[in-house]
Design a protein around this ligand. Structure first.
Ligand code: ZN
Length: 334
């Protein structure tokens, strides 16, 4: 049987990645460019087409050989219609029919999937969760996103928006989150929040060896300062790590996962983040679940979304070959 090839794209407010893949060769002709967000949805969609065609040329694969394309994109996103409902870091992205528009340009079946869900599927199939049945993925960067695999399937929910783990309440008396809720994990532990909390503490009279960062300290600055032993930075970072730990305890109790995979820029702090999270799980999660759950760093890094898109595209192609009405994208059975 001829090899099934798929197209993948991972689009975000900063980075756009494309690749060609198959079940035997995972990521061929991988391209990575800055997203031309300033051109609005139509410009970015044209860029996706352009890079997808370039990946195919580089891989020596013709459009006729492509069974399906899957695009990982920021959400909320409707995986059934492929419409991006709102993309926070992409100006003008409001109810954009991403999958439909790319399909019109490339004439192959196109699906769209939430980027954090795609990364969860990628780590589940090809990364830190290989061989397990239940995985929760959390990306801790500018915001906090998540994806949940239960009994081998991506959990999508009634509207395809399940797995918004960044918006679970950690502190019911905490700060207001842009989502409208109070004390979400995201406003306590994202990179953006770590920077904001540090700046607030300095403005309130706190002192730090990095006082020159007062107005513009970012999460990355705080992480660096904490590594240098700056007392205020250590305190702010450690409180964020504790908030994340509480979030992971909730996740372990609710989903009983084999693996909780943590990715995103903030997790590059390594043990400074993983140690308090693991300790919190050991001390607070339900006994049976906490024995099972391993808290691991991502294995696929920035490629997790492309790997997830590949897994979903292969499933879409396989479902069609079997004559099944390919409904919602899911990682299916291993
Ligand atoms: Zn929120």
């Amino acid at each position: 049987m001829a090899e099934t090839f798929c197209l993948m794209a991972d689009v975000g407010g900063t980075h756009l990645r494309t690749a060609v893949g198959s079940s035997s060769v995972h990521l061929l002709a991988k391209l990575h460019r800055k997203t031309r967000v300033e051109l609005g949805p139509d410009g970015v969609i044209a860029q996706i087409e352009e890079m997808a065609r370039e990946s195919m040329r580089e891989a020596g694969v013709d459009l006729r050989d492509i069974a399906a394309m899957v695009i990982a994109a920021p959400g909320p996103l409707d995986p059934v219609t492929g419409i991006v409902i709102e993309a926070p870091n992409m100006p003008g992205w409001h109810r954009v029919p991403l999958a439909g528009d790319v399909q019109k340009r490339l004439h192959v079946p196109v699906r769209a999937v939430n980027d954090a869900n795609a990364a969860a599927v990628g780590e589940f199939r090809y990364g830190a969760g290989r061989g397990c049945r239940n995985l929760v993925y959390l990306t801790v960067s500018t915001g906090i996103g998540g994806g949940v695999i239960v009994d081998g399937r991506l959990m999508e929910g009634a509207d395809g928006t399940a797995g918004e783990l960044g918006h679970m309440t950690i502190d019911m008396h905490g700060p207001r989150c842009p989502c409208g809720n109070i004390g979400c994990l995201e406003v306590l532990a994202s990179g953006t929040s770590i920077g904001r909390i540090f700046r607030e503490r300095l403005a309130a009279g706190g002192t730090s060896v990095v006082s020159e960062w007062t107005d513009r300290a970012t999460g990355a600055d705080v992480t660096r300062a904490a590594a240098m032993g700056d007392a205020l930075a250590v305190e702010v970072f450690s409180q964020a790590a504790q908030a994340l730990g509480v979030g992971v305890v909730n996740v372990v109790n609710i989903f009983n996962p084999n693996v909780v995979v943590l990715g995103g820029g903030v997790t590059q702090a390594g043990d400074r983040l993983f140690e308090p999270v693991r300790t919190m799980v050991k001390e607070r999660a339900m006994p049976i679940s906490r024995e099972t759950a391993r808290i691991l760093p991502v294995e696929l890094g920035d490629d997790a979304g492309l790997y997830g898109a590949l897994a979903i595209a292969l499933d879409v192609a396989a479902a069609r070959d079997q004559g099944e009405p390919a409904e919602v994208p899911s990682p299916g059975e291993k």
